[in-house]
Design a protein around this ligand. Structure first.
Ligand SMILES: Nc1ncnc2c1ncn2[C@@H]1O[C@H](COP(=O)(O)OP(=O)(O)OP(=O)(O)O)[C@@H](O)[C@H]1O
Ligand SMILES: [Mg+2]
Length: 263
């Protein structure tokens, strides 16, 4: 089903070197409309480097990036955001002492209309609060009060705020680096459920994860990164977890997989 969806975000031949280390060695990448694409790989395989190139945090030495068929050159993360690509970083980018509503609008506060906004940069707190409530409701994040400080939330709820924030502002792509890594079972499931809802709203999601059960639970396709390259893209419904791990570690070659396992 998803293999037929058009490619919306694409990278070709990405190379990134850090001195003697080649983090990306001509990596290709394709994200299709409306899918959750998991990116997996061993430590050092180049997952974070790949995602950093896609989110504008790193500038590749070589290679190209296309969004909706248009070549893009990101000079920084702001550039990628401007193009509708939102990233949830591993080390939660939330401000604990601020409220949920304030966190949602961190860095893009709404100003009051008229002279108060233009001259005094006075914030439109009412409007931000109303928006926060409506966006969190959209995603069915069950948080009672948006004026509650983020530090009073559980790890899972905090991660939901970070995911909801990205989902609320992304127009094209949401990228998540290990969003469930620090969470318990219940909280992890809460975030997985939210990721599904983001996808079901029509936003494609790139999910970097080491958690195979989570990957197999939510991913439509799995990009396997190995030694700085994309080794294969597989269909979680047609491949076992152990074969997937074997490709990831190099114990098995992608050529050994049956045709149906490829996605
Ligand atoms: N800023 C940097 N300076 C020097 N080397 C780097 C830098 N960032 C990444 N590397 C190296 O590039 C390679 C790929 O790193 P990367 O962080 O992309 O891997 P990863 O797949 O995300 O690994 P992990 O699962 O451990 O997060 C590694 O050998 C790493 O040491
Ligand atoms: Mg990493």
């Amino acid at each position: 089903m998803h293999t037929a969806a058009p490619i919306v975000f694409k990278a070709t031949g990405l190379t990134k070197r850090y001195g003697q280390v080649t983090a990306l060695d001509g990596a290709d990448f394709e994200l299709r409309a409306g899918e959750i694409l998991a990116v997996i790989g061993d430590n050092g395989a180049g997952k974070s480097s790949l995602i950093k190139c896609l989110s504008g945090a790193t500038i590749p030495d070589e290679g190209s990036i296309e969004l909706d068929g248009k070549l893009l050159k990101f000079r920084g993360p702001i550039d990628a955001r401007r193009h509708g690509i939102e990233t949830v970083y591993q080390d939660l980018a939330v401000a604990p002492a601020m409220s949920i509503a304030e966190n949602l609008f961190l860095g893009r506060e709404m100003l009051r209309d008229g002279i108060w906004g233009s001259l005094f940069r006075s914030l439109d707190k009412k409007r931000m609060l109303a928006e926060a409530v409506s966006r969190m409701n959209d995603l069915k994040v069950g948080i009672r009060s948006m004026t509650q400080a983020v530090e009073t939330l559980s790890g899972g709820q905090r991660q939901c705020v970070a995911v909801a924030r990205a989902a609320a502002f992304a127009r094209h792509v949401v990228i998540m680096d290990e969003p469930t890594a620090a969470l318990g079972v219940k909280e992890g499931n809460m975030v997985l459920e939210l990721i599904r809802r983001v996808r079901d709203k029509g936003l494609p999601v790139i999910l970097i994860s080491h958690n195979m059960p989570h990957v197999f639970e939510v991913a439509d396709r799995i990009h396997i990164q190995r030694l700085g390259k994309r080794a294969a893209v597989v269909n979680p419904k047609a491949i076992s977890m152990s074969d997937t791990v074997a490709i990831m570690t190099g114990a098995k070659s992608p050529d050994e997989l049956p045709e149906a396992a490829h996605a």
